[in-house]
Design a binder for this molecule. Structure first.
Ligand code: GDP
Length: 301
């Protein structure tokens, strides 16, 4: 991470009616499965769907309640003020529509954006699927008509399926993000294996739910990671140094380890976009942290 260069970082919301290509666009923008191991205060109101770090800029993509990228539930639930309020701390909104089209459902989403909370926030009109527009000559007048509907900061016709278009979009979004340090260490966002991700998530839950009580030397080993269609079967062992730590991890009546497992499962299901079955064990391996052999077998070389 370079400190000489001022960094830019901000939250980008992708909104639009179902089927306009939001998920396709998000996947293309992020370029990999999401792997986030910790949340920052700035993002607690949002579900992070992906992070892309490019040059000096980190783009943090979020789903906003009521504007779900994946499930397109925006129009199927009662939209209330909280939904709109949650857009307040987003830096820029990508309002995705299909190029050449603007229907009632698009209008509803736009109305929601204009509902007050977005005042002063840049909304970029992303006209997706231009590859499917046969009459190119009609595109310009259509864009002009869109400009009359709302005060869009930019008009970006593109195809989410064309990498060059997606890169161009990043360049257009960049200036709208504030100059501030990155929220995430890009090292932690690189393309890691699902197995690694599973151990990181369990580890995060372990430390979050045990607080400061558990020594940092405790670790998580993935004993089994099986793909069974849309299901991932994971067995992991939490290795601690002392019996007292083991009791701490298990908690009263197994309460804590159960919670670690449940929370880890929820996160993993979201991150891996799969059903997850997770089994956790706790083992005491006294002195393991000092043993070079053990360190090597756990991948801490
Ligand atoms: P979402 O519901 O808004 O998340 O939309 P999806 O990302 O699931 O995309 C809906 C459909 O549009 C899928 O069949 C995609 O393959 C298709 N699609 C997405 N982007 C493009 C594009 O740039 N061009 C074309 N022709 N189809 C696209």
């Amino acid at each position: 991470m370079s400190t000489a260069q001022p960094q830019r970082c901000g939250l980008v919301a992708i909104v639009g009616r179902p089927n306009v290509g939001k998920s396709t666009l998000l996947n293309a923008l992020v370029g990999q499965k999401v792997s986030i191991t910790s949340r920052k205060a700035q993002t607690t109101r949002h579900r992070i769907t992906g992070v892309r770090t490019e040059g000096d800029t980190q783009f943090v993509f979020v789903d906003t309640p009521g504007f779900q990228t994946r499930h397109g539930s925006a129009l199927h639930r009662t939209l209330n003020r909280t939904v709109v309020a949650s857009l307040v701390d987003v830096d820029v909104v990508l309002f995705v529509v299909e190029a050449g089209r603007f229907g009632l459902e698009d209008a509803k989403v736009l109305a929601l954006l204009q509902g007050g909370a977005m005042q002063g926030k840049p909304v970029l009109l992303v006209a997706n699927k231009v590859d499917a527009v046969h009459r190119r000559s009609e595109l310009l007048p259509w864009l002009k008509s869109m400009g009359e509907r709302a005060d869009f900061a930019e008009f970006v016709p593109l195809s989410a399926k064309k990498p060059a278009d997606v890169e161009r979009l990043l360049g257009i979004v960049r200036p709208y993000l504030p100059a501030q340090p990155w929220f995430y260490d890009p090292e932690h966002l690189t393309d890691r294996s699902e197995r690694f991700l599973a151990s990181e998530i369990v580890r995060e839950k372990l430390f979050r739910l045990t607080g400061d009580e558990l020594p940092y030397a405790s670790t998580v080993l993935i004993d089994r990671f099986e793909e069974d269609g849309a299901l991932r079967r994971i067995a992991a062992t939490i290795v601690v140094e002392r019996d007292a730590h083991k009791a701490m991890v298990i908690g009263e009546g197994g309460e804590r380890i159960k919670r670690i497992g449940t929370e880890a499962r929820h996160d993993l299901e979201r991150l891996l976009d799969a059903k997850v079955h997770i089994e956790l064990w706790v083992k005491v391996r006294s002195g393991w942290a000092d043993s070079e052999e053990h360190l090597r077998s756990y991948g801490y070389e």
